[in-house]
Design a protein around this ligand. Structure first.
Ligand SMILES: Nc1ncnc2c1ncn2[C@@H]1O[C@H](COP(=O)(O)OP(=O)(O)OP(=O)(O)O)[C@@H](O)[C@H]1O
Ligand SMILES: [Mg+2]
Length: 250
């Protein structure tokens, strides 16, 4: 559904990655693992169509997103929800934060408008918050939330938007085990709804728990992409093996 192929990305003289290919299909969870600074966030921003690759393509259902006009790219971008590494909520009640994505999406012409009409925006907000165990928090000011709660609300906001693809950047990096469980269950819920999920994480155990496929990003290349059980039990690439066994130190 959403795919990068042969992508290169650099900032100034610094090349972050090259010849990188990765895709996600509906109802699939793909984890991207790799050490800090390797380019996971940059890859997600490329998939989110917020960074144009220097080389290669990003396609949405086979259409090259950077070969179409801005209006068409905007409508492609709206099919992709991203939850950033740092939760970024407005200084407003939780429910308004979650409803924000819906308001944007209600300006859409097609299928979501009917969905929102049938369910009602308030229902979509409540239901998304329920997925992350925050249904009781609709009236709380966002500023009063703990870090874990804010992450959960950010996730709910992206889910309420009813994206086709959800990009999650280190969704549990500062969270305790309980909040981590809630987010991982919400990822499963998203997959069950047919959403394609790409999750960037340092946490190999998390990748093993949530992902159907895992891609390993090392030194600007994906060294290996494989089903989670295969990758962790029997990696075919030597550097992947070193990385997951902790022998490769950064
Ligand atoms: N806007 C930017 N301008 C210049 N350099 C950048 C920019 N964004 C990222 N970089 C550089 O690109 C490289 C990859 O960064 P990126 O944030 O994608 O890594 P990451 O894998 O997400 O790291 P982490 O695990 O710490 O979040 C780093 O060297 C970073 O300094
Ligand atoms: Mg990052």
């Amino acid at each position: 559904m959403l795919r990068v192929a042969g992508a290169a990305q650099s900032f100034g003289d610094e090349q972050v990655f090259e010849r990188l290919s990765l895709g996600v299909d509906a109802g699939e969870v793909v984890a991207v693992i790799g050490p800090s600074g390797v380019g996971k966030t940059t890859l997600l921003r490329t998939l989110a169509l917020s960074l144009e690759p220097d080389e290669g393509t990003v396609t949405v259902d086979g259409t090259d997103a950077w070969a179409v006009d801005d209006a068409e790219r905007l409508s492609m971008r709206r099919r992709v929800g991203m939850v950033f590494q740092e939760a970024s909520l407005f200084d407003a009640p939780v429910a308004r934060n979650v409803a924000y994505g819906l308001r944007v999406r209600r300006s859409w012409p097609d299928r979501l408008r009917s969905l929102v009409r049938s369910a009602g925006p308030a229902d979509a907000v409540r239901e998304s918050l329920a997925v992350v165990g925050m249904a009781e928090a609709t009236c709380r000011p966002a500023a009063s939330l703990s870090g874990g709660e804010a992450q959960r609300v950010s996730f709910a906001r992206a889910l309420a938007y009813d994206p086709d693809v959800l990009l999650l950047d280190e969704p549990t990096s500062d969270l305790d085990p309980r909040n981590t469980d809630v987010i991982e269950e919400a990822v499963e819920e998203a997959r069950d709804r047919g959403i394609g999920v790409v999750v960037a994480t340092h946490d190999m155990h998390q990748a093993e728990r949530v992902a159907d496929r895992v891609a390993v990003l090392l030194d600007g290349r994906i060294t290996e992409t494989a089903p989670a059980d295969v990758l962790f039990e029997d990696p075919s690439d030597e550097r992947t093996r070193q990385f997951i066994s902790g022998e490769l130190v950064y």
